[in-house]
Design a protein around this ligand. Sequence first.
Ligand code: HEC
Ligand SMILES: [Cu+2]
Length: 330
Amino acid sequence: MHIFNLWNFTLAVCSLVFAAVLIALLIAMLRASARKRQAGLEPAPWEWSETRPEPSPESRAEAGHEAGHESSQEARTRRVVTGASIASVVLLFGLLLADVMTDRALSRLPVADALHLEMTGHQWWWEARYGRDSAGDAFAVANELHVPVGRPVVISLKADDVIHTFWVPNLHGKKDMIPGRDATIEFRADRAGTYRGQCAEFCGLEHALMAFSVVAEPPARYEAWAAHQREPAPQAVTDMHKRGEQLFTTGACANCHTVRGTSAAGLLGPDLTHLMSRPMLAAGTFDNTPANLAAWIAAPGSMKPGTSMPASRFSQQDMAALVAWLGTLQ
Ligand code: HEC
Ligand SMILES: [Cu+2]
């Protein structure tokens, strides 16, 4: 709301200035042609304006009888230019003031009962860690935040590799995530819905495929979601699922991915404990379907060139078991 007002104010001021400049230009043009008609070959007024280098002595002499007229013209030009400069400074200062006030208003958001979480930008995905609180233990998710409607959210922003920028246009302005530097962003979603976020700082090849979403939902639904995320993955029951889990935990996957409830505790890639609760994968790059999962595992680089997840080779049977087990990570 604050940002929206600021935007409208800026638009109004800029439109006014734009209109004023156009009108001034129009008047100058009309006057010039009127004068030309009046005096035949007499030079147009802009040729006497101060922006032009001083006229040479001969042309001055030529214009002899014009001298008195010219100096009053010059004084007038000076007055107009001075006036316009002062007006510009005042208007720009007004915009600056409005900007600062908006920033103040935003940072005055009451954050007493805020939800705290930490978000890290990676090339090219988002890691979100929800802290331990009265409701339970910490947990991590990727590329999809859930927040309760009406409650302030404080996110501490970090970057792992290069500079990223956290940006959810419908919730807040942009905020840079700079490696080694701490920043926080505070916002409150007043309306339920799914808000799209995007990395807004060019951070490499797949910068454009670095989206995330913020799902704002009523507090009770949010609590239910968080309670579910805190739970470990279910035990594998069928032989196929057991085979899939084994492939995952004994293979390279476990070096990079965590699935709580199993021995996989890698930290380089997204936490997959509740992989199936996310509708999109790889930072909004493709839908979460079994076919896409299999294609992704076999050749991540062909779905998202440059991704740091390596390709893995599995027999058809093993791939089916792995994808089936991932499917149990509801
Ligand atoms: C070298 C580390 C590494 C290894 C090994 C690895 N991954 Fe990944 N994985 C990643 C990274 C990093 C991402 C995030 C990629 C992106 O979004 O750009 C990822 C993303 C994923 C995703 C999408 C998650 C999401 O929510 O978007 C799945 C599923 C996945 N990996 C499964 C696997 C499986 C199964 C294996 C083993 C066959 C595996 N990974 C091996 C690093 C790894
Ligand atoms: Cu980025």
